[in-house]
Design a protein around this ligand. Structure first.
Ligand code: ZN
Length: 160
């Protein structure tokens, strides 16, 4: 069986960023189990998995446009530190949750300069060329329920 629409793929993976640092990995855990073609993976990765078979491995390099997008300066906001009363001490790299017009959003503190705090609403992996070392651990056909619900059921799935 080949990975394709309406198959459930178990994927072992290691994700590295531009600098070669491991950002995420299934090593030491269960593989990632997902419904192929349902948009769970970034498009540039899912496309490369299409047609692979159980046991096959490859390295996939995904450009930012097909991953988490390009970094946008418009998503940097400078705010006043005193606007964050009651928060724990702010440090660069800290994640904060913001209330925006579009609902809650996560931001990272990218710079602190006196009372000026720069918040970065870009995805942490935006602008990164991502390298995935992947191996197909298993493939099975999705059940009618899974296709209907758009997600995986079963021991390694979850249900909502
Ligand atoms: Zn379901």
């Amino acid at each position: 069986m080949k990975a394709g629409k309406n198959t459930v793929v178990s994927l072992d993976y290691t994700l590295k960023n531009n600098a070669g640092h491991v950002m995420d990995s299934s090593e030491g855990h269960e593989p990632l189990v997902y419904l192929h073609g349902a948009g769970f993976l970034i498009p540039g990765l899912e496309r490369e998995i299409e047609g692979m078979e159980k046991g096959q491995a490859k390295t996939v390099v995904v450009q930012p446009e097909h991953a988490y997008g390009i970094r946008q300066d418009e998503l940097l906001y400078v705010v006043s530190k005193s606007g964050f009363q009651g928060e724990e001490e702010m440090v660069v790299g800290m994640q904060v949750e913001l209330d925006t017009d579009n609902g809650p959003a996560l931001a990272f503190i990218s710079k602190i300069d006196g009372d000026n705090v720069t918040l970065d609403l870009n995805h942490p992996l935006a602008g990164e060329v991502l390298t995935f070392d992947i191996k197909i651990a298993d493939i099975r056909e999705a059940t009618a329920d899974e296709i209907d619900h758009g997600h995986v059921h079963g021991p390694h799935g979850h249900h909502h």
